[in-house]
Design a protein around this ligand. Sequence first.
Ligand code: PMP
Length: 464
Amino acid sequence: MVKVKEDVSSYNKRASSMMFHQAETVIPGGVTANIKHFSPYPIFMKEAKGSKLIDVDNMEYIDYSLCYGALITGHGHPQILEATMNHLKETGTMIFGTPHELEVEMANKLIELYPSIDQVRFANSGTEAVLLAIRLAVAHTNKPKIAKFEGHYHGGLNQMLVSVNPSEDQAGSLESPTPVIESSGIPEDEQENTIVLPFNDLAATEKLLRAHAHELAAVILEPIQGGFIPAEELFIHGLKKLTDELDIVLIFDEVKTGFRVDIGGAQRAYNINPDLTTLGKVLGGGLPVGAVGGRKDIMMQSAANAKGDVFAVGGDSAETTNVVFHSGTYNGHPLVLAAGMKTIRMLEEGYLLDILTSHTMHLRTRLEELYASYHIDMQTIGMGSIFNIVFTKKPVKNYRDMWQADTAFRKEIDMELLDLGIYLKPLNRYSMSISHTLEDIDKTVEAHEIALNRVLKRKYQQAK
Ligand code: PMP
């Protein structure tokens, strides 16, 4: 058993605290992405290498956030840095602002790896990719609504910020969840175009899909919810059959799972070809990216022709209604694609993904054994190189099952881990990289044991 040095959380990151207070005066909430905030204040980082982050107090952390999964090769992998720098030197520019060869090369690579993809469009984020996928589906089917699953996140679009994290009293019935808008500033009527479905419940999903089939353009889902709750085989194959039958576009949002669950995403693991796929994160090797790929007949809706585009020369946009608008100053950014292409090539070589997956399983098993030895109900859930730690033994198949987990306990452990040099935004999922070593895993398990002892000791003292 590990000796407990301290009995209270020593979350005391002086420089981060000071920077956060400065940041708060000029940046709302002190962060530029709300996900990066946590109490009492987030940690400011200044350097990173491989599996490690270094904060502004010079403390080193093993990083399990990896920019929310984007950095599958870890921080600043020499091969990625070299490929990116060389690309800059060779082309002599940050961006051409015109079509270029690497777009075609990357499109071909995605088509090779994802059998469902015939054609590809690039964007700058997962959110933008989802925006395009939805618009394509609406144009293709000529139907107005989108169905999404409760608890699934698809970026910040109005129509997708529905029932991502609803409270128990708002969420409505299990079989027919109430759409809950998750942000202020979104007009109430936005939810009218979003149908909310229960994940991993085929019978209830079928009922809702059949009832709304006439007005549903698409069903979008994270095939592995939050990157860690897998769709059940029967459910996801049943969903595919239903969407085919009802002429509803099936969109797999693989922003998290792409290249992580399998090089060909969750769809390859499940052997399902969705109609459209959204990608992001790993695809950019750490630089901002999004992509939509899928069936040619749907993707071609966005093909501009001389007349039918809002940017048609001469101000003649009379036929724009025939074309799905998709544009962006930075779309297909060459530097991003150079970093992404190198990342994919690395993953393809040398069984790196297999090693990464087996390292992830090793960490999961060690953590499960540790908590079991303390008789604490804990399970790890996930696939490939992503997983989460959930403090309940009950099966977790959907968003509502997560309500049973002891998140207060998890938060206490996570805060202690931050003090012990393990970085994860509290309560978030774990992502691994090829830079994480067996030594990192040993240290992580050790830190968990110390964190657990601190939390247990504190609870014991409070109970006295
Ligand atoms: N879809 C999924 C499944 C995601 O996980 C995310 C980001 N976490 C997004 C869309 C949005 O991507 P981005 O943050 O790049 O806009």
